[in-house]
Write a protein that binds this ligand. Structure first.
Ligand code: DGP
Length: 115
């Protein structure tokens, strides 16, 4: 289930190029085009659902696959001991692409609280 107009579905279909760093049956990982940390990877489900919490409700196995691949990406990038998973839900929370994803951020000190 993909959406023709969705940027991340188009990346998944290789219509738009990306720096892919991992993949499983249900999830894909690629580097963010505008990195905010030395490690900044986006992990998306292969099914098109707008947000991660909705994905967890409709496709729990895909939500688990996203988190599993996120951990793998962090370990592969050498930041497995300290990394942050960010999931923006809704435009006012900073979401700009409405295909569920988590940001995997690491490789520098990360302040708290986030902005
Ligand atoms: P969010 O704002 O949480 O919805 O995150 C969307 C991220 O997607 C944002 O950090 C920038 C990234 N992004 C936008 N367009 C592209 C693209 O064409 N390729 C890649 N790799 N990342 C993109």
């Amino acid at each position: 289930m993909t959406e023709k107009s969705c940027l991340f579905c188009r990346i998944m279909a290789a219509e738009i190029s990306s720096d892919k760093v991992g993949e499983s049956d249900d999830a894909l990982a690629f580097r963010d085009v505008d990195p905010k940390a030395p490690t900044h990877v986006l992990v998306i489900p292969k099914v098109h659902v707008p947000t991660l919490p909705e994905l967890a409700a409709s496709h729990p196995e895909a939500a688990l696959a996203v988190l599993t691949l996120a951990r793998q990406v962090a370990e592969d990038d050498g930041v497995g001991d300290a990394y942050r998973l960010v999931c923006n839900n809704g435009a006012d929370a900073g979401q700009s692409v409405f295909h569920a994803h988590v940001h995997v951020l690491g490789g520098r000190p990360l302040a708290w609280p986030p902005g």
